[in-house]
Design a protein. Structure first.
Length: 152
């Protein structure tokens, strides 16, 4: 099973996990780390590094909230000494995919990371535009059906 870390500013990671558990049920082997205002960055980084070291023989997928932010930078620094996959810009569709797919035996950690990245991107949708396009498509289809009836 893949170990999943959720690392963020404030309680983003905790809230995402709670939301995922509302949908999928309680999850094991998921670790949340939230950098709080005023928290010592070095101590925060050491806590994460120790957990990565503790699980070094396991497959690890780390999701962070934002590329270039302190949580993401701390994770990037750990890539020098540890082998794991990391994606920044985590969102709920990405996390749900990670949790559901992580137990799939033929799925390698690289494939899991790629799938999560894809799902995360696909989960970002302009709803108004999507509805508008669907309505236009339905209108075209109705016009075609009407034309075919009149021709027949």
């Amino acid at each position: 099973m893949v170990e999943i870390f959720l690392i963020s500013h404030e309680d983003v990671s905790v809230s995402l996990l709670r939301s995922a558990e509302l949908i999928l049920g309680i999850q094991n082997h998921v670790y949340t780390y939230s950098l709080k205002r005023g928290e010592d960055i070095e101590t925060f980084g050491e806590t994460i590094s120790k957990k990565i070291e503790e699980l070094k023989n396991e497959k690890i997928l780390i999701l962070t909230d934002m590329f270039g932010g302190t949580p993401s930078n701390i994770v990037a620094a750990n890539l020098k000494n540890h082998d794991f996959k990391c994606i920044s810009g985590m969102n709920l569709p990405m996390l749900l995919d990670a949790l559901m797919l992580r137990e799939s035996e033929p799925l390698e950690i690289e494939q899991l990371a790629e799938q999560c990245l894809k799902t995360g991107k696909e989960g970002i949708i302009d709803i108004e535009k999507m509805i508008s396009e669907k309505n236009k498509e339905n209108d075209r289809r109705k016009k075609n059906e009407k034309y075919q009836i009149n021709q027949g």
